[in-house]
Design a binder for this molecule. Structure first.
Ligand code: ZN
Length: 517
């Protein structure tokens, strides 16, 4: 064995040299992020100009191309890596109007992968789901939907979120509303069970039975916010109608006013199209086969423009990469940015990357993922890596206090089994971490809703996160040691299954999506 002894003074020089440089670089990151921020411009180009990024749509592809070009402008090489195919579809005009007993334009939109109606649209009377005792009774009722548009969601007893009731209602009426709503919800769920279907698969049954359209209202428990997911029909349109308009139509049906609506929901089927991850690279100079990955899924649902899910994670990583390229252009380890496709359908892009690039995953020093809204980072977990405190703790010490003062850390923590793309890496024992954000009412107001738009972005918080990410990436890249991967002994039971905690197992991506119908 060869032993190389360095003179003490030389070691001192290295340590001193690094710490000098470290302070300067951290300072330079801070300065660049604050004085030359590109976040607003990036958000404008991605959310407003490009729009939502549903997998399989032309807008997903134009976003990938935009990312590659944006990196090119900054002198960073980037490419779109194909990993599968998806059902190609493009959203067109949606216009939904009540045409009887009076005319009113409704707040509504077609769901993703909706089979288009063409320009002419469809017009029909409305029908609500019946109260049934069992699935036989439901089957007997089903022919009633022929030629009708079916209202498949529960009518909400209030359009006011609970926080609004809490602020203004008397305690008695707030409690009364909650207990009445609970009864209505339980009865609705029991009745849905009785039909033999779920809210997921009932659309297909109604279509089969001759309904000409389906209207739902998936309220998100916030003023004006509805969840917008996919249609699940093969020929007839499915639209989501705002709580306000949906409630009005429902009451009219209940009172025998026989309302009719017209649905124009144009869309294009585009066959089978390729799906991508955009990968940007700043090559490492000393340890090019070891990697620090900045990670954020690039796709979104398309009720809004995917501003906080995950536009903010996306621009955080873009901005961090831009800053690093400027102030730290020759990193010790290779810095990659992963903009994953089709996270929303099951972490597909990142799972494909893990499967297709074992050498990169094997050489992973650390991955930092952000994907839960616009807020400043408040939680970082060691994800069950036994020595996470030693390295993550060390890296965080170099982050300015105005950023770390908000962050609660958990070490060694437990490995995340899903939720976002870091989990694809953790599952194979590679050190992936989640930069978890303050909520800013994410779950009710913006997550997969029609309200997930540019105006919800809190740029100061995103800037905070870009600085944090850039410094963590710099520290991980420069660290003299390779990140150890020993797993902590997991103690306790899973909150989800109640069974003893185990390390999550890797799963394969869906490589051909939306085409199995
Ligand atoms: Zn997301």
């Amino acid at each position: 064995m060869k032993k190389r002894l360095l003179p003490f003074s030389f070691l001192l020089f290295i340590a001193f040299g690094f710490s000098q440089t470290k302070e300067e670089i951290v300072e330079a990151i801070h300065k660049e992020a604050n004085e030359n921020s590109q976040l607003e411009q990036l958000a404008y180009e991605l959310m407003d100009l490009n729009g939502p990024r549903l997998v399989g749509t032309p807008q997903m592809k134009t976003a990938h191309d935009w990312a590659v070009n944006t990196y090119k402008k900054w002198g960073i090489s980037a490419e779109n890596q194909e990993w599968g195919t998806w059902r190609g579809w493009e959203r067109g005009i949606t216009h939904v109007d009540m045409v009887f007993p009076r005319v009113a334009s409704l707040h509504a939109t077609q769901l993703a992968w909706n089979p288009g109606t063409g320009k002419k649209g469809i017009t029909g009377a409305l029908i609500t789901l019946p109260k049934v005792s069992d699935s036989m009774a439901f089957v007997k009722w089903l022919p009633n939907v022929k030629g009708k548009i079916v209202l498949v969601s529960m009518k909400q007893p209030t359009g006011r979120p609970d926080y609004n009731w809490e602020e203004f209602a008397t305690e008695v009426s707030f409690e009364k509303m909650k207990s009445e709503r609970k009864k209505i919800e339980e009865a609705w769920q029991q009745n849905m069970k009785n039909t033999g279907y779920t809210s997921r698969n009932i659309n297909a049954a109604l279509e089969e039975a001759g309904a000409i359209g389906i209207a739902q209202s998936r309220w998100s428990k916030a003023f004006g916010a509805n969840k917008i997911f996919s249609a699940n029909t093969s020929k007839i349109p499915v639209v989501d109608i705002s709580l306000e308009d949906y409630g009005m139509l429902y009451r009219m049906v209940e009172n025998g006013a026989n309302p009719q609506i017209k649905i124009v929901a144009e869309s294009k089927e585009l066959g089978e199209v390729p799906t991508f991850n955009t990968i940007a690279t700043i090559p490492g100079t000393e340890l090019p086969d070891e990697y620090v990955i900045l990670s954020a899924h690039f796709d979104s649902w398309d009720g809004g423009t995917g501003a906080t899910d995950n536009g903010t994670g996306t621009i955080t990583m873009l901005e961090a990469a831009r800053i690093l390229k400027k102030v730290y252009p020759n990193p010790k380890r290779t810095i990659l940015v992963g903009h994953w496709g089709s996270e929303e359908q099951g972490l597909n892009g990142s799972r494909a990357f893990v499967e297709d690039h074992p050498e990169i995953v094997g050489g992973l020093q650390a991955l930092f993922n952000q994907d839960n809204g616009t807020g400043r980072v408040v939680n970082i977990s060691g994800q069950g890596f036994l020595h996470a405190y030693d390295f993550l703790g060390r890296w965080l010490e170099s982050v300015p206090k105005d950023i770390t003062q908000h962050i609660e850390t958990t070490f060694p923590g437990t490995p995340g089994g899903g939720g976002s793309d870091y989990a694809s890496f953790v599952a194979v024992g590679a050190p992936g971490f989640s930069l978890s954000s303050l909520s800013w009412s994410y779950w009710n107001y913006t997550w997969h809703t029609n309200l997930d738009t540019y105006d919800k972005i809190v740029f100061d918080d995103v800037r905070n996160n870009a600085i944090l990410t850039a410094i963590l990436a710099y520290m991980a890249s420069e660290d003299p040691e390779r990140t150890p991967r020993e797993k902590a002994t997991l103690i306790g039971n899973s909150r989800r299954t109640g069974k003893p905690l185990t390390w999550p197992t890797p799963r394969s991506p869906k490589r051909k999506g939306g085409l199995d119908k």
